[in-house]
Every structure is written in structure tokens, then in C-alpha cells.
Design a binder for this molecule. Structure first.
Ligand code: ATP
Ligand code: MG
Length: 423
């Protein structure tokens, strides 16, 4: 026998019931997005490498060490998308939808980063994100945050999630802040590791994003961005806070919240679930007014967020019930029963569009088939054997409740099924 081929490290098969949980999370969030008037955009998984280099900045974790980049057969450098915002802006510009009207979009699917795999951190993972274009005020920033709260409510994880906000101000404000940070970290240079020393030159704000616990104290005492804010950004930030207060949303202002990516300005926020350690951030977002211009458009307001679905799934693990998704299992004994049963199953599916009916395939005694029915997690077994065929009846066996088996005329099945399923 030849050796079995394994999946790539950090890239996982999602099996049932986890696949059901993932679908539930996606559908729940999509329903909320729809309620806020966001429309789906489907984006390619591959983009030109240049898109991410230009949007994320070359001294970010993602571009420096996390991208899956390779040459196409014709020598073009392509990259598996590590995030969605750049592609979304690229598409909106390319398709000419950006400047039409305020645009509200969402996207979802797999993303790829070459990171060290661990719980809540994978090389292929799923994000669901929302982006808005053309709206400059704090109202839409608040809308994005309120929409997130709505999602957590629906997913029943709101009590565990907390919100942190900050303002990064304008590019000029950040430059002033950057100078102050460099000066501060220079004083503590001895305590920085090699990586952070490099960052001190290239992008000192990233030191604040460090997950090294030994740096927590120095980072905690570092100057915050708030004092360096320009008046316009400060006013914007206050506007956001009033809107969140009015919506009854609790938040902490974290003056060291900077996000790993280069393109943010003004509002940044993160929803975190503190007990999840260094994989605590379930959702990260903010305003990125400079990105459209950076990608070849004119300066244009934009804001959005991305949710890491595996991290949401980890929270649901304890509460997710992998309850039966199958309603009825058809036990069919004998060739004639198979013929009649297949038809009956089609009838049921036509009549009840959301009903799931599994037909026994592969024959077997009634005992064998009943065992399969039970294992399938179905609520009901619908039995068609010799007696039932002769009498034009079906047997109904309740697999999940203590209830006498019944035999009813086959013609009555459709009209009675609701009752048997307890719906
Ligand atoms: P982190 O600081 O945890 O590395 P990040 O700042 O790199 O996160 P973003 O680029 O903001 O993450 O992505 C948005 C969200 O996507 C994150 O908050 C997280 O929930 C999720 N995410 C990011 N990278 C991964 C990954 N490798 N595996 C699983 N989820 C991820
Ligand atoms: Mg990261």
C-alpha cells in the first residue's frame, strides 16, 4: 500500500457536527448583515501579491512572514488572500461601484496565513467581514459595532465579549505619536527582544501589538495615542463614544490598541473574549480612509471589520448541540418496499421543503435498518415492510421519545407528519 497523503499543517477538514456549527454561525451573522442592508460580494481567493504589499504595508506581520505567495505559470507573483479588505477595495474600484452611493458590503470564506498553528490560529481559517464606503462620520463606525453586538446576541456569546476602542487619528497625528513612541522604547531598548528592536526602526506601533508577555509592562507604560490626536479625529472619537453610550454599549478605551495593519485611521476597535488568551480577538475593525487612495482611487472614507469564525466556533463548542438534523429515516424491507419508499420520500420532500428524509440504502433486515435509523439521529423511523406494503400503511417509530409505535394509512402520512415530528 502506498503512503496516505495528509492535509497541509494548519489547514483542516471541517467535519460534522463542526461543519453544522460553522454553517449556523455564518447564517446567523449573514441574517444580521441583511437586516442592516449589507450585500454580499464574492471575491477571488487569489490576488496579485502587489495588492497586499501595497495595502497592508511591507513591514506588517502578514506581508513579512505570513503570506502564501507563489509564481503563476507565466511568472506573475500571486498570493492566497490573507484578509479581505484589500480585495474588497480592489473589486469596488475595478467594478466602478465605489463612488456610486454609500456602499455596504459583506464577504466571507477561507483566508490563508502561514502562522504557527494552535487553537484559534490556523493557516486556513474563515472570516466574515463587512465594509462600508463613502461614509465619513462616526455614525457608521457605531453602526458596525452595534451590528457586531447584534451578532453576538444572536449567537448567545454577548456576555463573554467585550469591546475595546481607540482612535489612530490622522497620518500626521500618528507620525507625532510615532516619534514619541520611538523615544520611549529607546529608553527601554535593553528590555526589547531582537524582533521588537527591528520594529522600533520599521514600525514602532507594532510593538504595542506584541503578544510577548514579558513586554506587557513596558507596553502598559508607553504613551497612548489619545494625547496626540488631531482635533478632527478627537471630535470624531467623541462622536463615536456618544453613539455607543446612547446604544447602551459598554466599551473600554485602550490607548494602545493599534491593530497590526497599516491602513487604519481614526476609529479602531476589537471585540475580545479575554479567557481565550492570545487568541482572544474575535473581531477586529476600524476606519481606513486612506486605503482607497493607496490602491489607486481618490481619497475616500471607508470602514469595516472582520470576524474570525474559528474563534467564534471555539466559544460555541460548549453550547453547540449537535442535535439531529435528520427528521425521518425510511426503513424499507424488500425490493417492492424500496420502489414504493423512494417515491414516498420524494413526496415528503416536495411537500415539506425543509424536511430531511434519509432513505435506507443497501438493504438489510428490519433489525439492521432500525439500528441504522437510530444511529442516523433521525427523530422518526418510517417503516415499510411486507405487512405495510400489503395493507397500504406505514409504521411510525419514535426514536427520540417514549411513545408507542403507530401504524397509519400511507395516504395519511403527509397530512400527519407535522404532528409526529412535534413541529
Ligand atoms: P491576531 O492578533 O490574533 O494575530 P490579527 O490582528 O492578525 O489577529 P486580523 O488581520 O485583524 O487579525 O483578522 C481579523 C480576525 O481574524 C482576527 O481578530 C481573528 O479573529 C481572525 N484571525 C486572524 N488570523 C487568524 C488565524 N491565523 N486563524 C484563525 N483566525 C484568525
Ligand atoms: Mg495575526
Amino acid at each position: 500500500m502506498s503512503m496516505r497523503i495528509q492535509s497541509i499543517r494548519g489547514m483542516h477538514d471541517v467535519l460534522p457536527p463542526a461543519s453544522g456549527a460553522l454553517r449556523y454561525v455564518e447564517q446567523t451573522m449573514q441574517a444580521v448583515l441583511q437586516q442592516y442592508g449589507y450585500q454580499e460580494i464574492r471575491l477571488p481567493i487569489l490576488e496579485h501579491t502587489e495588492l497586499f504589499r501595497r495595502s497592508l504595508g511591507t513591514v506588517t506581520d502578514i506581508v513579512e512572514k505570513e503570506m502564501y505567495t507563489f509564481e503563476d505559470r507565466n511568472g506573475d507573483s500571486l498570493t492566497l488572500r490573507p484578509e479581505g479588505t484589500a480585495s474588497c477595495v480592489r473589486a469596488a474600484l475595478q467594478q466602478g461601484i465605489l463612488f456610486r452611493q454609500p456602499v455596504r458590503l459583506w464577504y466571507g470564506g477561507p483566508f490563508f496565513r502561514h502562522e504557527r498553528p494552535q487553537k484559534g490560529r490556523y493557516r486556513q481559517f474563515h472570516q466574515l467581514g463587512a465594509e462600508t464606503f463613502g461614509l465619513a462620520g462616526p455614525d457608521v463606525d457605531a453602526e458596525l459595532i452595534i451590528m457586531c453586538r447584534h451578532m453576538w446576541q444572536r449567537l448567545a456569546i454577548l456576555p463573554r465579549a467585550s469591546l475595546q476602542i481607540n482612535s489612530l487619528g490622522t497620518l500626521q497625528a500618528r507620525q507625532r505619536y510615532r516619534a514619541a513612541l520611538v523615544e520611549y522604547f529607546r529608553q527601554h531598548e535593553r528590555r526589547l527582544d531582537d524582533l521588537e528592536k527591528q520594529r522600533l526602526e520599521a514600525n514602532p506601533m507594532r510593538i504595542l501589538d506584541s503578544k510577548n508577555p514579558e513586554l506587557a509592562e513596558i507596553i502598559g507604560d508607553a504613551p497612548g495615542l489619545t494625547e496626540y490626536l488631531d482635533p478632527e479625529s478627537a471630535e470624531h472619537f467623541e462622536g463615536l463614544q456618544s453613539l455607543l453610550d446612547a446604544a447602551g454599549i459598554d466599551y473600554d478605551i485602550n490607548p494602545h490598541l493599534v491593530r497590526g495593519l497599516d491602513y487604519y485611521s481614526k476609529t479602531v476597535f476589537e471585540w475580545i473574549v479575554p479567557e481565550q488568551g492570545s487568541q482572544a480577538t474575535i473581531c477586529a475593525g476600524g476606519r481606513y480612509d486612506g486605503l482607497v487612495e493607496q490602491l489607486g482611487g481618490k481619497p475616500y472614507p471607508a470602514a469595516g471589520f472582520a470576524v474570525g469564525l474559528e474563534r467564534i466556533m471555539a466559544l460555541l463548542e460548549e453550547t453547540w448541540n449537535s442535535d439531529t438534523e435528520i427528521d425521518a429515516y425510511l426503513v424499507l424491507v424488500g425490493d417492492q418496499a424500496v420502489l414504493a419508499g423512494m417515491q414516498l420520500a420524494s413526496q415528503l420532500r416536495d411537500h415539506f421543503p425543509s424536511l430531511s428524509v434519509v432513505v435506507n440504502c443497501g438493504g438489510g433486515s428490519i433489525k439492521t435498518q432500525m439500528k441504522r435509523a437510530d444511529k442516523s439521529n433521525a427523530k422518526l423511523a418510517i417503516i415499510l415492510a411486507e405487512d405495510e406494503l400489503r395493507d397500504n400503511t406505514v409504521g411510525i417509530k419514535f426514536l427520540r421519545e417514549r411513545r408507542e409505535q403507530e401504524t397509519i394509512p400511507r395516504d395519511n402520512l403527509v397530512s400527519n407528519l407535522d404532528k409526529y415530528l412535534g413541529a
